[in-house]
Design a protein around this ligand. Structure first.
Ligand SMILES: Nc1ncnc2c1ncn2[C@@H]1O[C@H](COP(=O)(O)OP(=O)(O)O)[C@@H](O)[C@H]1O
Ligand SMILES: [Mg+2]
Length: 259
């Protein structure tokens, strides 16, 4: 539906006609989506609806059966430096320090040690981990490890950050804190975030746009722009009537899919 697509000029990632099956399991059917530059878009839907599959197709990590993905106007078929993926299970190198993990993308690109460490130090501080540069992943909490994953993605300076339920393995208190950090980072970094979640509250709290996916096979069911004023105290936002109404509206749309 053209009316739901953003202006082509503003779209950094364009997904057209994406379908994907794993054997007999049809995961995605004919998905068309535009992701606007500099915004955070959430893919929201029930477990198994193909969110991770769509994100990994955009990342070039999973082959599609049909359709195209373009980033900055160029078709993509494999991972590239303009996209960075933040995995659900962190995917850190256990034998490497926080510094080395965060700087690793730059190391792969042959950036000199002093330069990549300076950059890494900056992003380690941005995600609230200053002072932890020499620690190893096993010395950190789940929330801190996820911050390392985010810092690593920011450090390679990709235009598009792809985050697959980054808070799912993080306890509730850290999740709140991390959500606030992500809102702040989104404003300061001018990056495009594509964020997978199954939490309605989380999607409404952090997103500029929410793409509701139907259960398997995943299709675009609706696009919502929550228009939440996030300038004030985070606890007040969670009690704000417009926030609560938006959560309720999405729940009304999704609950038909829940047995
Ligand atoms: N590698 C795979 N092999 C077979 N089936 C898969 C594979 N990955 C995902 N699926 C199936 O595809 C569907 C969509 O999965 P996924 O994209 O992980 O959904 P979500 O992230 O929304 O939970 C599910 O039914 C899942 O079991
Ligand atoms: Mg998933």
């Amino acid at each position: 539906m053209a009316a739901e697509l953003v202006s082509p000029v503003d779209a950094i990632v364009k997904v057209r006609g994406i379908s994907k099956s794993y054997g007999d399991v049809e995961a995605l059917r004919d998905v068309d989506l535009d992701f606007p530059r500099g915004k955070l878009t959430s893919l929201l839907g029930p477990s198994g609806c193909g969110k991770t599959t769509l994100l990994k197709i955009i990342a070039g990590l999973v082959p599609r059966d049909a359709g195209t993905v373009t980033v900055n106007g160029k078709q993509v078929d494999k991972p590239g430096p303009e996209r960075a993926f933040v995995f659900q299970d962190f995917a850190l190198m256990p034998w490497a320090t926080v510094m080395r993990n965060v700087a690793f993308g730059l190391e792969l690109r042959g950036v000199a040690k002093a330069e990549r460490e300076e950059k890494a130090r900056h992003f380690i501080a941005e995600v609230g981990l200053a002072g932890f540069e020499r620690k190893y992943p096993h010395e950190l909490s789940g929330g801190m490890r996820q911050r390392v994953g985010l810092a690593r993605a920011l450090c390679v300076d990709a235009d598009v950050l792809l985050l697959d339920e980054p808070f799912s393995a993080v306890d509730e208190q850290n999740r709140r804190k991390f959500q606030e950090d992500l809102i702040r980072l989104r404003t300061s970094q001018a990056k495009t975030f594509i964020f997978v979640t199954h939490s309605i509250e989380e999607a409404v709290y952090i997103s500029d746009r929410i793409v509701l996916l139907s259960p398997r096979p995943g299709r675009v069911s609706r696009i919502i722009e929550p228009q939440i004023d996030r300038s004030g105290d985070p606890d007040r936002i969670h009690r704000n009537q417009h926030y609560l109404d938006t959560v309720e509206e999405i729940w009304q749309g999704l609950k038909q899919y829940v047995e």
